[in-house]
Write a protein that binds this ligand. Structure first.
Ligand code: FES
Length: 115
């Protein structure tokens, strides 16, 4: 598990999305009101950056600009075709007005990696 401070909440306007590179991953961080969400930035349909798409606050989704699949900010699952596979969802929160992202490493032992 690794923890990353991505910057101040104020760096992302409500209703906006910003792309971050964290530990070799591209992550789209979305703000709706004072709530924050983090998804894998690459669309599951093709190699397109979701952070270049549109935030849909009413349904809590991020829409891919290329073909219009809308991914849930909560589950990463697309609600519309053509994408059918989910994108990863990351644990993100606001601590002392900073955006804090936690990445759970999914493979084997990470002994000594949390230094
Ligand atoms: S590339 Fe995202 S929906 Fe096709």
């Amino acid at each position: 598990m690794s923890t990353h401070v991505l910057g101040a909440l104020a760096d992302i306007a409500p209703g906006a999305v910003k792309k971050f590179a964290v530990g070799g991953r591209a992550i789209a961080v979305v703000r709706i009101g004072d709530d924050i969400y983090a998804l894998g930035d690459t669309c599951s349909h093709a190699d397109i950056s979701l952070s270049e798409g549109e935030v849909l606050p009413a349904t809590k989704e991020l829409e891919c600009w290329k073909h219009g699949s809308a991914f849930s900010l909560v589950t990463g699952v697309p609600s519309t075709l053509p994408a059918i596979k989910p994108v990863p969802v990351y644990d993100v929160s606001v601590v002392d007005n900073n955006i804090v992202l936690v990445i759970e490493e999914s493979t084997g032992s990470t002994e000594g990696a949390a230094s």
